[in-house]
Design a protein around this ligand. Structure first.
Ligand code: MV4
Length: 444
């Protein structure tokens, strides 16, 4: 087992990893930018190393600074958390070269899953259901037109280097395809330095349902059931729950099996997520594979009673997984509490938290690095806390979430708490009747 893990991240996820390391008897090193010198990860880690100024490019994204911190502290592994360097091929490879275990995917796996057209080709070959579309990248506008006529409108153009909706265009009719093609290519080129575009049939009102997976170095793989992440705004998830209200035991088995196929197809070692789009007929299609721990891993932990960070560390250290699948016994919901003004187009609201009181009681979990007097820096994302509830049923989980939201006091900055309170009252949400389009019509 590792003796010392450096956490190449900040905020709640850095604290989350420190907590599990402590429980496993592993020493921790926090790295921090000058903006985070007073943060809880710095306080609770065994050691802390400043790696640069507030701007991420010079601190949390600086590979030389982080590797230097790992070497001077004699760390034998690096946990990258989510975001930042967690899915960076070069970082994974440099860790390997320095003899530091990267607690995440191998460089070639990151590369294969990061290029979406390559990932899709891999999944088709493995027998994982994918959305009908072009075979690989489109050659030119004429190829795009020909393919669109085969696939049938509406179609969607996607950047192969994409993610987060950048370089994505929905096209409803042939006369619009040329403009969409040009603007998708331009956007992809500017955002990723890669203008490769592929095409799919556009699925009109899908749900976003992802399967948590784990694989080990012995070729074992298992799934840990699903999370429904359909309620998003501008590709930012707002709330996640498990089980999905749209799930059936049959669909869970089928999606779970497909996710395991995906895991085995890339010899995946570690914990990861296979994202699917699910249409109204419960057809499901591979969308992406995430080779990192995700923000919403918490709800899976609550319904299957399993520490996913601990599992991630154990697999990285070469331990075997049991290979059996895990099914939810309870219902969990997570609300992301962001320092944003929901009354003002979710505008970021950084600043000092003047007063803080968090809810508690049975079935309530808070993952946060926030405290009274903490200043939320403007340099990083605006998530300040994850409020997670777990209960016997979905109805009880919603009631518990309402109660917990009412107890949550955060003053000094605007937060998304009022949004979540409104959402908990929404009839369609209560009926489990929602798709990725939900926020387009939600009246706040
Ligand atoms: C789609 C789609 C409909 N049809 N692909 C959005 C981000 C990127 N990872 C894939 N995305 C989508 N791909 C086909 N063929 C709709 C979306 C999409 C979406 C997916 C999941 C969650 C929220 C979304 C919001 C808008 C569009």
């Amino acid at each position: 087992m590792f003796k010392k893990i450096l956490i190449a991240n900040r905020g709640e996820i850095a604290l989350r990893v420190i907590r599990t390391c402590k429980e496993m008897g592993i020493k921790t090193v926090a790295v921090y930018s000058t903006a985070d010198k007073d943060s809880l990860p710095v306080r609770f880690a065994d050691e802390a190393v400043c790696i640069g100024p507030p701007v991420s490019a010079k601190s949390y994204l600086s590979i030389p600074n982080i590797i230097s911190a790992a070497e001077i502290t004699n760390s034998d592994a690096i946990h990258p958390g989510y975001g930042f360097l967690s899915e960076n091929e070069k970082f994974s490879s440099i860790c390997q070269k320095h003899g530091i275990k990267f607690i995440g995917a191998l460089p070639e796996q990151i590369a294969a899953m990061g290029d979406k057209a390559t990932a899709k080709a891999t999944m088709i070959a493995a027998g994982v259901p994918c959305i009908p579309g072009s075979e690989g990248l489109l050659k030119d506008i004429n190829d795009a037109k020909d393919q669109a006529n085969i696939v049938g409108y509406p179609i969607i153009l996607k950047a192969t280097a994409g993610g987060g909706g950048k370089g994505m265009r929905i096209v409803w009719k042939e006369e619009d395809i040329e403009n969409a093609w040009n603007s998708a290519r331009q956007e992809a080129s500017a955002a990723f330095g890669n203008d490769g575009i592929y095409m799919e049939k556009y699925i009109e009102e899908p749900r976003h349902i992802e399967i948590q997976i784990a694989g080990d170095s012995f070729g074992n793989a298992c799934h840990l059931s699903e999370r429904d992440c359909s309620i998003q705004r501008r590709h930012q998830k707002l709330i996640e729950e498990t089980p999905s209200p749209f799930m059936t035991p049959e669909l869970r088995d089928k999606m779970g099996e497909a996710a395991i196929k995906a895991t085995k197809a890339v010899n995946y070692e570690g914990v990861g997520t296979v994202e699917f789009l699910v249409d109204k007929h419960r057809n499901f299609y591979f969308m992406e594979m995430n080779t990192r721990i995700q923000v919403e891993h918490t709800i899976t932990e609550e319904v299957i009673d399993y520490d996913l960070i601990k599992e991630q560390i154990k697999i990285a250290a070469g331990e075997k997984i049991s290979g059996k699948n895990y099914y939810p016994h309870l219902h969990a919901i997570q609300c992301r509490i962001n320092a944003e003004d929901p009354y003002n187009d979710f505008r970021p609201s950084p600043g000092k938290i003047t007063s803080y009181h968090s809810p508690g009681g049975h079935g309530v979990r808070i993952d946060t690095h926030a405290y009274a007097g903490y200043t939320i820096p403007s340099n990083y994302d605006s998530m300040i806390s994850k409020l997670i509830v777990v209960a016997q049923t979905r109805e009880e989980a919603i009631l518990k979430m309402k109660r917990a939201l009412d107890e949550y006091i955060i003053e000094g900055v605007k937060t998304t708490i009022p949004f979540h309170q409104k959402l908990m009252e929404n009839e369609d949400f209560n009926k489990g009747n929602f798709t990725t389009k939900f926020m387009e019509t939600f009246q706040f």
